[in-house]
Design a protein around this ligand. Structure first.
Ligand SMILES: O=C[C@H](O)COP(=O)(O)O
Length: 249
């Protein structure tokens, strides 16, 4: 087995298979689920807009793929909705059966030197999630730009109750980068909390996924690389993963 085949297998087990397009329909979301080939392996989760959470729960149950979590997004993609609206979105998604909430931190507030507002959004979202629902906080590292702001955003998210910190929405010019990933993983180490990391946006091939796994292995240890701690958020990585895995069958 080549190194990339092993990476493909690992990346699949860590993948949030994502569709977050404004023109998504029930048909396109079912087509995404149809693209899963269980004989080659299942992703960790699917990530969809809130209006498709109930559909995904139902479809995954019908296919007996109940290990696949259903994640959805709040305050997405710009991070600028009123807190009340974000909490309504969160409550509704949980009522529909969401296992995981990917909340966009109001990063513009942080850029304006207001750390309290992001803290409030994360703290109050986690209160609604409780222990049963994972909260993944998108810091939008490409917009924060500097290592200092990326570290500050990561630490706010971790200390306010995030279960994961996630790089990006996939909707801005700069999405996941190795440099941002390194800063975020070091923030997790510094805070000494059991918080996971999600690289999201622009990871399209197994070769692109590989250095993230190598980085996380170097900083966190190989045992840490499990879906409880590490995810790829990706809308188009699955095809390349399956291509690598199908060649060894
Ligand atoms: O949360 C995940 C991202 O939206 C996916 O971004 P991508 O479409 O570049 O893979």
């Amino acid at each position: 087995m080549s190194d990339l085949t092993a990476v493909a297998r690992q990346a699949l087990s860590l993948m949030d298979l994502t569709s977050l397009n404004s023109d998504d329909t029930e048909h396109s979301i079912k087509a995404m689920l149809d693209s899963i080939q269980p004989e080659l392996g299942l992703p960790a989760a699917v990530c969809v807009y809130p209006r498709f959470v109930a559909l995904c729960k139902q479809e995954l149950r019908a296919r007996d793929w109940t290990t696949i979590k259903v994640a959805t997004v709040t305050n997405f993609p710009h991070g600028n909705l009123a807190l009340q609206k974000v909490l309504e979105e969160t409550r509704a998604a949980i009522a529909d059966g969401a296992d995981e909430i990917d909340l966009v931190m109001p990063y513009q507030q942080l850029l304006a030197d207001d750390a309290d507002t992001p803290w409030q959004y994360i703290k109050s979202s986690k209160q609604l999630c409780g222990d049963a629902v994972k909260l993944k906080v998108i810091i939008e590292s490409g917009e924060l730009q500097t290592p200092a702001l990326i570290a500050q955003a990561s630490e706010i998210a971790i200390l306010a109750g995030a279960d994961f910190i996630k790089t990006s929405t996939g909707k801005v010019p700069v999405n996941a980068t190795l440099a941002a990933a390194e800063v975020m993983l070091n923030s997790i180490i510094k805070c000494q909390k059991a918080v996971g990391f999600k690289a999201a946006g622009g990871v399209k091939t197994v070769a692109e996924a590989a250095p993230y796994l190598a980085l996380a292995t170097r900083l966190m240890g190989a045992d840490w690389l499990h879906a409880t701690h590490f995810r790829f958020g990706a809308s188009s990585l699955l095809r390349d993963v399956y291509q690598h895995l199908s060649t060894i069958r």
